[in-house]
Design a protein around this ligand. Sequence first.
Ligand SMILES: Cc1cc2nc3c(=O)[nH]c(=O)nc-3n(C[C@H](O)[C@H](O)[C@H](O)COP(=O)(O)OP(=O)(O)OC[C@H]3O[C@@H](n4cnc5c(N)ncnc54)[C@H](O)[C@@H]3O)c2cc1C
Length: 439
Amino acid sequence: MARTGLFWFTNDLRLHDNPALQRAVASVDSLVCVYVLESRSVSPSSYSAPTMGQPRYQFLRQSLLELQRDLQKLGQKLFVVQGSAASILPSLVRAVEATDVFRSRHAGWYENRDWDYTRTKCADCAFHTIDSHTLFDLDALPFDLAELPATFTRFRKQIESATPSAPIMPLSYLPPPARFRSAVQLPTLRLLGSVDVAASQFQGGEAAALAQLESYFSADLPANYKQVRNALAGWDNSTKFSPWLANGNLSVRELVSRLRRFEQEVTHNDSTYWIYFELLWREFFQWHAHQHGVRLFSVQGVKRISPVTSFYPERYQKWIAGNTPYSLVNACMRELSATGYLSNRGRQIVASCFVNELGIDWRYGAAYFEQVLLDYDVASNWGNWQYLAGVGADVQPKRHFNLEKQAATFDPDGAYIARWQGNQNLLPLDSVDAADWPV
Ligand SMILES: Cc1cc2nc3c(=O)[nH]c(=O)nc-3n(C[C@H](O)[C@H](O)[C@H](O)COP(=O)(O)OP(=O)(O)OC[C@H]3O[C@@H](n4cnc5c(N)ncnc54)[C@H](O)[C@@H]3O)c2cc1C
């Protein structure tokens, strides 16, 4: 019997080292490829703003347009559809009479819910989940997921000596497009309209991802990473791979393979080790998210403790706009909203301020990051926020950064604060006191 496949693209928008797509290619005679842009990502609801801001949408749009072109070169087609995966996937399965459905394993709670729902609606189909977003396959981890170490250090010690999966060859063949046996309404998204956002150093898509990989490793930068990685600014001070990793334009296995080549051909030192160390943080948060599911978004976190916290709309707005009394925090927040990127140090500083000085429920900070970060990744974002807020994968209580000390250490001459005008509009946190009297 001829087999027909449906491939659901999510955060694996590439042809190089895509084991999930490879599995589909090896298993079916014809294929339909789809990407679903969830409506909640781009349309405001009565309760919330869209979860994806315009700069992230722009990056995604560039990635999808390129993937569409690359698939076309191999005789395939990518349907980019706006709506809900839970209703679109079952309709597509029926319309092409799919025998098999494929996807990369995803840490997102909604994505997994929609996948499970589709399975229940298409009981005659075979469903395949393949690891494309992580260094290791689930079944290659040296422990069961339920036994995942609760902290990064314990995780690292157990996994560091294991070898991650090697990348596979880029695909040069795809099965032809599946025939539609019945009509289906696909709310196709027009990706071609331009988006009005400032020009960015980050360009979505596999070509730009691989160009950054080559550019970073063909200079001396990896040999000095550890000394400069904490800098607040500077393109070359960290790898800048995160937006491409988050969208899957870049495979983390391909990245590690390039790192190993650099270590063989150029040098193997503390800095090259440290790049791998950071990628293990990413790996840890991925499996941590898989393990904890919906707990990743709960105020008590995975530790199940209730932080003393509230929501102060005025403080929240001032944090977002960069109008708090803390110039370093303001500079970071302005960089974030202008570029969609912030250094790891900057993220830690503004998150600590949010939780400690502002006393706001950490989930609002995480939700804002989700909206604006180009490199938004469900596992890394919510995992790091929980960690900072003291409800996550950390034996310590919440982390509190001394803002003056951070400024003195990481911006001693004030150049970063001046660059982002962090000293402008330093406003008190509250304009009224607890009894609503003007302060
Ligand atoms: C509150 C907060 C929220 C964050 N949200 C995200 C997010 O949504 N998406 C995201 O990719 N990273 C997130 N990070 C982690 C980190 O800040 C970024 O990965 C990093 O700044 C990206 O820049 P880079 O690629 O130059 O990193 P590099 O310093 O060059 O690190 C190399 C890679 O290692 C990984 N990495 C480094 N640090 C971490 C970390 N702490 N956690 C997980 N992975 C890490 C990333 O994939 C990164 O690309 C967050 C950190 C904090 C404190």
